[in-house]
Design a protein around this ligand. Structure first.
Ligand code: NAD
Ligand code: G6P
Ligand code: MN
Length: 441
């Protein structure tokens, strides 16, 4: 079997060790010859890189492993770039979450004003990275899950329409895993129909391979428990705040019981609830800094101090095998069925062609082929149109340096009550994002 060369961009990410362990566990399906880490924060990356160097020498000495901040070194001779960068790191995520809350508006990584601010920071870095990849490895594919994926995907559509970038999200994967537990199946036994935008969608069908429909049974369960499952088999999305999000899905379902909602709809359908249940002095960024970041980096420190990973192993990000599935689909033309963020072009029959939507696709060596999802109801169509227009306005504001368009984007977001509040938040965000955003005029 062919062996591949992979670079993980955002090498200092809290997810990097989990992805590396997952790749090591999948070598029979996706063999590697080279694995590189790339980050623009050398110090942060080295803490994980030094530890992973020990892990790789112990577990897979045949794979050439390295980490670098030099783009040429990182992107030369690579087949795949797995991208999970966070422009501005947790320091800026905290501001994205806390600034809107000061104005009584929810603060979230990818939704509402926080997501818009993060989008304005990410676009430039993502485009620069795509250009570097194409310069040094023109045939390379980027599998991107850097957030905010909806805005990043729209920026790619407008600015780099021919680039080999696939944008993917793990939320539908994680929720489908919970759904499969509800009906005592495995996720790979199930075939879904789904429509929406990233962090903004609905399942319309969940069938097994024989064609039996499980949606009504799942709906009965979700109406009572949300996506909280009895047996705690998951290692992802398990913190108390995530449990609350899984549970809240029952109130999302109540709004339209025909379809199973993506958990992120909570920020658009119940923004008042989210604000009431937020602590403006301690947001999700603070939880992650004290939780996942601390765990991962202290484990790296221990491995380096011990000079071995024996007795102290990074946890495998088993949930991330979808990244290998996606890479395999392209590498081996497997025609895997996966949800991806792609240009609509009629996939949702009554939605704009040029909208980036999240839908099931068949993925092969030439990329994704979206599967037709037919017409969607007016309620969802209207919500989606409002949100996708926010995302488009952000990208236009970035390209044109337009204050007006960014103000409109914030005003249009369902999470913001008025143009007045939108302007107040915007002015604070501009101040906080100096050096990250283009100059607005
Ligand atoms: P993190 O801050 O721990 O890691 C991000 C890393 O990216 C940092 O080490 C940072 O230095 C680096 N970085 C920032 N800008 C860079 C650039 N221009 N070039 C190279 N490296 C750069 O964050 P995390 O919590 O581990 O998350 C990483 C990313 O993955 C975030 O964007 C997050 O939102 C995303 N994510 C997406 C999904 C999904 O469903 N799509 C799931 C999980 C995480
Ligand atoms: C889900 C989403 C990601 C998001 C992550 C945040 O996995 O799909 O897009 O980045 O949650 O998780 P965190 O634990 O960092 O709050
Ligand atoms: Mn996501």
């Amino acid at each position: 079997m062919k062996k591949f060369s992979v670079v993980i961009a955002g090498g200092g990410s809290t997810y990097t060790p989990g992805i590396v362990m997952m790749l090591l566990d999948n070598l029979d399906r996706f063999p590697l010859r080279t694995l590189k880490l790339y980050d623009n924060d050398g110090e942060r990356q080295a803490m994980l890189g030094d530890a992973l160097d020990i892990v790789m020498r112990e577990k897979a000495p045949d794979i050439e492993f390295s980490f670098t901040t030099d783009p040429e070194e990182a992107f030369t001779d690579v087949d795949f770039c797995f991208a999970h960068i966070r422009t501005g790191k947790y320091e800026m995520r905290e501001k994205d979450e806390k600034i809107p809350l000061k104005h009584g508006v929810l603060g979230q990584e990818t939704c509402g004003p926080g997501g818009i601010a993060y989008g304005m920071r990410s676009i430039g870095d993502m485009i620069e990275m795509i250009d570097l990849m194409e310069k040094y490895s023109p045939d390379c594919w980027m599998l991107n899950y850097s957030n905010p994926a909806a805005i990043v995907a729209e920026a790619c559509r407008v600015l780099r329409p021919n680039s080999k970038v696939l944008n993917i999200c793990d939320m539908p994967v994680g929720t489908l895993r919970r759904i499969s537990h509800i009906i005592d199946k495995e996720p790979q036994d199930l075939e879904v129909r789904y429509f929406g935008l990233n962090h903004f969608g609905w399942w319309t069908s969940i069938k097994d391979k024989e064609g039996n429909e499980y949606l009504p049974a799942i709906r009965d369960y979700v109406a009572e428990h949300g996506y909280l499952t009895q047996k705690e088999v998951d290692t992802q999305h398990t913190d108390a705040s995530w449990q609350d999000t899984h549970k809240k899905a029952k109130d999302l379902l109540a709004v339209d019981p025909r379809f199973l909602p993506n958990t992120y709809l909570k920020y658009y359908l119940y923004p008042d609830y989210v604000v009431e249940h937020s602590n403006p002095d301690h947001t999700r960024a603070n939880e992650v800094i004290a939780g996942r970041e601390k765990t991962v980096f202290s484990m790296a420190k221990t491995i380096i101090e011990n000079g071995t990973s024996e007795g102290c192993e990074f946890e495998m990000g088993a949930h991330a095998t979808f990244v290998v599935d996606l890479a395999r689909a392209i590498a081996f033309n497997t025609h895997e069925r996966m949800l991806l963020i792609v240009e609509n072009n009629g996939t949702i029959a009554n939605f704009d062609d040029d909208a980036m939507v999240e839908v099931p696709c068949i993925v092969g060596s030439n990329g994704p082929e979206p599967l037709s999802q037919g017409k969607i109801p007016e309620f969802q169509r209207a919500l989606m149109y409002q949100q996708v227009t926010v995302e488009k306005l952000v990208v236009e504001a970035y390209i044109e340096g337009s204050y007006q368009k960014l103000w409109q984007a914030l005003t249009l977001s369902k999470t913001v009550p008025s143009a007045k509040v939108a302007k107040e938040i915007l002015d604070d965000l501009i101040e906080a994002n100096k050096g990250y955003w283009p100059e607005l005029h």
